[in-house]
Design a binder for this molecule. Structure first.
Ligand code: AMP
Length: 307
Protein backbone atom coordinates (compact mmCIF):
# COMPACT_ATOMS: atom_id res chain seq x y z
CA UNK A 1 0.00 0.00 0.00
CA UNK A 2 1.34 3.41 -0.77
CA UNK A 3 0.65 7.03 -1.63
CA UNK A 4 2.06 8.58 -4.79
CA UNK A 5 2.71 12.28 -4.12
CA UNK A 6 3.08 14.56 -7.13
CA UNK A 7 4.11 18.19 -6.76
CA UNK A 8 6.84 20.77 -6.97
CA UNK A 9 10.13 20.26 -5.13
CA UNK A 10 11.54 23.72 -4.97
CA UNK A 11 13.53 26.54 -3.53
CA UNK A 12 11.38 29.08 -1.69
CA UNK A 13 12.23 32.52 -0.32
CA UNK A 14 9.70 33.60 2.28
CA UNK A 15 8.99 36.84 4.04
CA UNK A 16 6.60 36.99 6.99
CA UNK A 17 6.09 39.65 9.69
CA UNK A 18 8.48 37.53 11.84
CA UNK A 19 11.43 37.32 9.50
CA UNK A 20 12.61 36.32 6.09
CA UNK A 21 14.55 33.46 4.59
CA UNK A 22 16.94 33.13 1.69
CA UNK A 23 16.42 30.13 -0.53
CA UNK A 24 15.15 27.25 1.58
CA UNK A 25 13.73 23.91 0.55
CA UNK A 26 10.03 24.00 -0.24
CA UNK A 27 7.54 22.98 -2.88
CA UNK A 28 4.12 21.38 -2.66
CA UNK A 29 5.50 17.88 -3.32
CA UNK A 30 7.97 18.33 -0.47
CA UNK A 31 5.33 19.29 2.10
CA UNK A 32 2.85 16.65 0.89
CA UNK A 33 5.33 13.78 1.03
CA UNK A 34 6.86 14.80 4.38
CA UNK A 35 3.41 15.06 6.01
CA UNK A 36 2.20 11.77 4.49
CA UNK A 37 5.36 9.97 5.65
CA UNK A 38 4.16 10.01 9.28
CA UNK A 39 1.23 7.69 8.47
CA UNK A 40 1.50 6.02 5.06
CA UNK A 41 3.24 2.66 4.79
CA UNK A 42 5.09 3.96 1.75
CA UNK A 43 5.34 7.42 0.15
CA UNK A 44 6.43 7.68 -3.46
CA UNK A 45 7.43 11.09 -4.77
CA UNK A 46 7.01 12.22 -8.40
CA UNK A 47 8.73 15.52 -9.21
CA UNK A 48 11.68 17.21 -10.88
CA UNK A 49 14.61 19.34 -9.67
CA UNK A 50 17.66 20.88 -11.28
CA UNK A 51 21.30 20.02 -10.61
CA UNK A 52 21.39 22.91 -8.11
CA UNK A 53 19.18 20.95 -5.70
CA UNK A 54 21.31 19.76 -2.75
CA UNK A 55 21.86 16.05 -2.17
CA UNK A 56 21.38 16.71 1.58
CA UNK A 57 17.79 17.77 0.88
CA UNK A 58 17.16 14.61 -1.11
CA UNK A 59 18.57 12.70 1.86
CA UNK A 60 15.92 14.31 4.07
CA UNK A 61 13.30 12.58 1.94
CA UNK A 62 15.17 9.29 2.15
CA UNK A 63 15.55 9.64 5.93
CA UNK A 64 11.77 9.80 6.20
CA UNK A 65 11.50 6.65 4.09
CA UNK A 66 10.20 8.54 1.04
CA UNK A 67 10.87 6.76 -2.26
CA UNK A 68 12.56 9.23 -4.63
CA UNK A 69 12.86 7.01 -7.69
CA UNK A 70 10.27 9.25 -9.40
CA UNK A 71 12.23 12.44 -8.60
CA UNK A 72 14.08 13.47 -11.76
CA UNK A 73 17.31 15.48 -11.50
CA UNK A 74 17.92 17.55 -14.64
CA UNK A 75 21.60 18.13 -15.42
CA UNK A 76 22.45 21.71 -16.34
CA UNK A 77 19.04 23.03 -15.27
CA UNK A 78 17.72 25.00 -12.30
CA UNK A 79 15.08 24.00 -9.77
CA UNK A 80 11.70 25.72 -9.50
CA UNK A 81 11.94 28.91 -7.41
CA UNK A 82 9.10 30.73 -5.65
CA UNK A 83 9.24 33.86 -3.52
CA UNK A 84 6.32 35.04 -1.42
CA UNK A 85 5.56 37.75 1.11
CA UNK A 86 2.83 37.41 3.73
CA UNK A 87 0.67 40.27 4.94
CA UNK A 88 0.36 41.04 8.65
CA UNK A 89 -2.65 38.76 9.18
CA UNK A 90 -0.70 35.82 7.61
CA UNK A 91 -3.91 34.81 5.80
CA UNK A 92 -2.97 36.44 2.53
CA UNK A 93 0.27 36.70 0.59
CA UNK A 94 1.74 38.13 -2.57
CA UNK A 95 3.77 36.00 -4.94
CA UNK A 96 6.85 38.08 -5.75
CA UNK A 97 8.73 35.67 -8.00
CA UNK A 98 7.86 32.43 -9.81
CA UNK A 99 10.69 30.90 -11.84
CA UNK A 100 9.39 27.69 -13.36
CA UNK A 101 12.81 26.47 -14.59
CA UNK A 102 12.62 22.63 -14.65
CA UNK A 103 8.84 22.69 -14.13
CA UNK A 104 8.37 24.35 -17.52
CA UNK A 105 9.11 21.10 -19.34
CA UNK A 106 8.16 18.64 -16.60
CA UNK A 107 7.40 15.25 -18.11
CA UNK A 108 6.48 13.08 -15.11
CA UNK A 109 7.95 9.59 -14.88
CA UNK A 110 6.07 6.91 -12.97
CA UNK A 111 8.55 4.14 -12.11
CA UNK A 112 7.32 0.54 -12.42
CA UNK A 113 7.62 0.16 -8.63
CA UNK A 114 4.96 2.90 -8.18
CA UNK A 115 2.37 1.19 -10.34
CA UNK A 116 0.20 -0.53 -7.76
CA UNK A 117 -0.30 2.37 -5.36
CA UNK A 118 -3.74 2.68 -3.79
CA UNK A 119 -3.60 6.44 -3.25
CA UNK A 120 -2.60 9.31 -5.52
CA UNK A 121 -2.19 12.93 -4.39
CA UNK A 122 -1.95 15.34 -7.32
CA UNK A 123 -0.38 18.49 -5.91
CA UNK A 124 -0.79 21.92 -7.45
CA UNK A 125 0.73 21.70 -10.97
CA UNK A 126 -0.62 22.35 -14.43
CA UNK A 127 -3.75 20.26 -15.15
CA UNK A 128 -2.02 18.81 -18.23
CA UNK A 129 0.82 17.41 -16.08
CA UNK A 130 -1.75 16.11 -13.57
CA UNK A 131 -3.57 14.37 -16.44
CA UNK A 132 -0.31 12.84 -17.73
CA UNK A 133 0.29 11.34 -14.29
CA UNK A 134 -3.22 9.87 -14.23
CA UNK A 135 -2.75 8.40 -17.70
CA UNK A 136 0.67 6.94 -16.87
CA UNK A 137 -0.61 5.00 -13.87
CA UNK A 138 -1.89 1.75 -15.35
CA UNK A 139 -4.39 0.71 -12.67
CA UNK A 140 -6.53 3.51 -11.26
CA UNK A 141 -5.63 4.00 -7.59
CA UNK A 142 -8.42 3.39 -5.07
CA UNK A 143 -8.56 7.10 -4.19
CA UNK A 144 -7.26 10.15 -6.03
CA UNK A 145 -7.02 13.68 -4.57
CA UNK A 146 -6.44 16.91 -6.47
CA UNK A 147 -5.12 20.32 -5.45
CA UNK A 148 -5.11 23.32 -7.76
CA UNK A 149 -4.98 27.12 -7.61
CA UNK A 150 -6.50 30.32 -9.07
CA UNK A 151 -3.83 30.50 -11.76
CA UNK A 152 -5.00 27.23 -13.39
CA UNK A 153 -8.65 28.27 -13.10
CA UNK A 154 -7.80 31.42 -15.10
CA UNK A 155 -5.57 29.80 -17.67
CA UNK A 156 -6.71 26.16 -18.09
CA UNK A 157 -10.27 25.74 -16.80
CA UNK A 158 -11.24 23.17 -19.45
CA UNK A 159 -8.23 20.96 -18.72
CA UNK A 160 -8.88 21.31 -15.00
CA UNK A 161 -12.50 20.16 -15.46
CA UNK A 162 -11.23 17.10 -17.36
CA UNK A 163 -8.85 16.23 -14.50
CA UNK A 164 -11.66 16.71 -11.97
CA UNK A 165 -13.64 13.96 -13.73
CA UNK A 166 -10.86 11.51 -12.86
CA UNK A 167 -10.47 12.23 -9.14
CA UNK A 168 -12.38 11.55 -5.91
CA UNK A 169 -11.71 14.71 -3.92
CA UNK A 170 -10.81 18.28 -4.78
CA UNK A 171 -8.96 20.29 -2.11
CA UNK A 172 -9.01 24.06 -2.55
CA UNK A 173 -9.15 27.12 -0.33
CA UNK A 174 -12.15 29.39 0.21
CA UNK A 175 -10.92 32.07 -2.18
CA UNK A 176 -10.39 29.47 -4.92
CA UNK A 177 -13.85 27.95 -4.36
CA UNK A 178 -15.37 31.43 -4.76
CA UNK A 179 -13.36 32.11 -7.89
CA UNK A 180 -14.24 28.71 -9.36
CA UNK A 181 -18.00 29.22 -8.96
CA UNK A 182 -18.47 33.00 -8.75
CA UNK A 183 -20.48 32.32 -5.56
CA UNK A 184 -19.65 34.08 -2.29
CA UNK A 185 -21.50 31.56 -0.10
CA UNK A 186 -19.24 28.55 0.41
CA UNK A 187 -22.28 26.27 0.64
CA UNK A 188 -23.52 27.44 -2.76
CA UNK A 189 -19.97 27.20 -4.12
CA UNK A 190 -19.62 23.65 -2.78
CA UNK A 191 -22.95 22.61 -4.31
CA UNK A 192 -21.87 23.95 -7.70
CA UNK A 193 -18.53 22.13 -7.51
CA UNK A 194 -20.21 18.86 -6.47
CA UNK A 195 -22.56 19.25 -9.47
CA UNK A 196 -19.52 18.63 -11.71
CA UNK A 197 -19.74 15.03 -10.47
CA UNK A 198 -16.85 14.99 -8.00
CA UNK A 199 -17.65 12.90 -4.90
CA UNK A 200 -15.90 14.91 -2.20
CA UNK A 201 -14.78 18.48 -1.77
CA UNK A 202 -12.52 19.98 0.89
CA UNK A 203 -12.55 23.75 1.31
CA UNK A 204 -9.65 25.01 3.46
CA UNK A 205 -10.14 28.24 5.35
CA UNK A 206 -6.66 28.75 6.80
CA UNK A 207 -6.80 29.62 10.50
CA UNK A 208 -10.58 29.13 10.32
CA UNK A 209 -10.42 25.39 9.68
CA UNK A 210 -11.62 23.16 6.87
CA UNK A 211 -14.96 21.95 5.49
CA UNK A 212 -15.60 18.56 3.91
CA UNK A 213 -18.60 18.30 1.58
CA UNK A 214 -20.18 15.09 0.26
CA UNK A 215 -23.64 15.09 -1.32
CA UNK A 216 -25.86 16.93 1.16
CA UNK A 217 -23.48 16.23 4.05
CA UNK A 218 -20.97 18.66 5.48
CA UNK A 219 -18.30 18.25 8.16
CA UNK A 220 -16.26 21.02 9.75
CA UNK A 221 -12.91 20.80 11.55
CA UNK A 222 -11.40 23.87 13.19
CA UNK A 223 -7.75 24.81 12.90
CA UNK A 224 -5.88 24.57 16.18
CA UNK A 225 -5.66 27.99 17.83
CA UNK A 226 -1.85 28.36 17.95
CA UNK A 227 -0.01 30.99 19.96
CA UNK A 228 2.61 31.49 17.27
CA UNK A 229 2.27 31.05 13.54
CA UNK A 230 5.58 31.74 11.84
CA UNK A 231 5.12 30.71 8.25
CA UNK A 232 1.91 29.45 6.59
CA UNK A 233 3.76 28.26 3.46
CA UNK A 234 2.90 24.66 2.70
CA UNK A 235 0.03 24.43 5.20
CA UNK A 236 -2.40 23.35 2.48
CA UNK A 237 0.05 20.77 1.16
CA UNK A 238 0.78 19.44 4.66
CA UNK A 239 -2.99 19.12 5.12
CA UNK A 240 -3.18 17.08 1.91
CA UNK A 241 -0.25 14.86 2.96
CA UNK A 242 -1.68 14.17 6.41
CA UNK A 243 -5.13 13.52 4.90
CA UNK A 244 -3.87 11.02 2.31
CA UNK A 245 -1.35 9.41 4.68
CA UNK A 246 -4.14 8.72 7.16
CA UNK A 247 -6.37 7.20 4.45
CA UNK A 248 -3.50 4.96 3.34
CA UNK A 249 -2.88 3.87 6.93
CA UNK A 250 -6.57 3.08 7.61
CA UNK A 251 -7.56 1.85 4.11
CA UNK A 252 -11.09 3.20 4.44
CA UNK A 253 -12.35 5.84 2.01
CA UNK A 254 -15.90 6.20 3.39
CA UNK A 255 -17.23 9.62 4.42
CA UNK A 256 -16.81 8.98 8.18
CA UNK A 257 -13.16 8.09 7.74
CA UNK A 258 -12.61 11.10 5.49
CA UNK A 259 -13.78 13.23 8.44
CA UNK A 260 -10.98 11.70 10.53
CA UNK A 261 -8.56 12.33 7.67
CA UNK A 262 -9.53 16.03 7.80
CA UNK A 263 -8.42 16.07 11.46
CA UNK A 264 -5.10 14.39 10.60
CA UNK A 265 -4.60 16.85 7.75
CA UNK A 266 -5.37 19.79 10.03
CA UNK A 267 -2.91 18.47 12.62
CA UNK A 268 -0.08 18.26 10.07
CA UNK A 269 -0.90 21.77 8.81
CA UNK A 270 -0.73 23.04 12.40
CA UNK A 271 2.80 21.65 12.79
CA UNK A 272 3.88 23.05 9.44
CA UNK A 273 3.11 26.68 10.32
CA UNK A 274 5.03 26.62 13.62
CA UNK A 275 8.45 27.06 11.97
CA UNK A 276 9.83 28.39 8.71
CA UNK A 277 9.72 26.05 5.72
CA UNK A 278 9.75 22.30 6.32
CA UNK A 279 11.73 22.46 9.59
CA UNK A 280 8.90 21.34 11.86
CA UNK A 281 7.78 18.54 9.55
CA UNK A 282 11.19 16.94 9.28
CA UNK A 283 11.57 15.44 12.74
CA UNK A 284 8.25 15.06 14.50
CA UNK A 285 8.00 12.43 17.21
CA UNK A 286 5.11 10.00 17.22
CA UNK A 287 3.90 11.16 20.65
CA UNK A 288 3.87 14.81 19.47
CA UNK A 289 1.56 13.79 16.64
CA UNK A 290 -0.66 11.74 18.96
CA UNK A 291 -0.88 14.63 21.46
CA UNK A 292 -1.81 17.05 18.69
CA UNK A 293 -4.60 14.79 17.41
CA UNK A 294 -5.95 14.59 20.99
CA UNK A 295 -5.87 18.40 21.19
CA UNK A 296 -8.08 18.51 18.12
CA UNK A 297 -10.48 15.96 19.58
CA UNK A 298 -10.68 17.92 22.86
CA UNK A 299 -11.15 21.17 20.99
CA UNK A 300 -14.38 20.00 19.40
CA UNK A 301 -15.79 17.56 22.00
CA UNK A 302 -18.64 18.61 24.23
CA UNK A 303 -21.20 16.71 26.34
CA UNK A 304 -24.49 18.44 25.93
CA UNK A 305 -27.95 17.88 27.40
CA UNK A 306 -30.80 19.01 25.22
CA UNK A 307 -33.09 21.19 27.35
P1 AMP B 1 0.86 26.45 -0.23
O1 AMP B 1 1.34 27.36 0.86
O2 AMP B 1 0.17 25.22 0.30
O3 AMP B 1 0.07 27.17 -1.27
O4 AMP B 1 2.15 25.89 -0.99
C1 AMP B 1 3.32 26.62 -1.10
C2 AMP B 1 4.33 25.85 -1.93
O5 AMP B 1 3.88 25.77 -3.27
C3 AMP B 1 5.68 26.56 -1.96
O6 AMP B 1 6.62 25.76 -1.28
C4 AMP B 1 6.00 26.75 -3.45
O7 AMP B 1 7.29 26.27 -3.78
C5 AMP B 1 4.95 25.96 -4.18
N1 AMP B 1 4.42 26.68 -5.33
C6 AMP B 1 4.09 28.01 -5.41
N2 AMP B 1 3.64 28.32 -6.66
C7 AMP B 1 3.67 27.17 -7.38
C8 AMP B 1 3.35 26.83 -8.75
N3 AMP B 1 2.90 27.75 -9.62
N4 AMP B 1 3.51 25.54 -9.14
C9 AMP B 1 3.97 24.62 -8.27
N5 AMP B 1 4.31 24.87 -6.99
C10 AMP B 1 4.16 26.13 -6.54
Amino acid sequence: MSVICVGSVAFDAIETPFGKTDKIIGGAGTYISLAASYFASSVKLVSVVGEDFPATAINHFKNRGIDVSGLQIKEGEKSFFWKGKYHNDLNSRDTLVTELNVLETFDPIIPASYQNADFLMLGNLSPSVQMQVIERIEKRPKFVALDTMNFWMDSSMNELLQVMKKVDVLMINDEEARQFTKEYSLVKAANKILETGIRYLVIKKGEHGALLFHGKHVFFAPALPLEDVFDPTGAGDSFAGGFMGYLDKTKDVGFDNLKRAVIYGSAMASFCVEKFGTERLENLKRDEVVRRIREFVNLVSVDIDLV
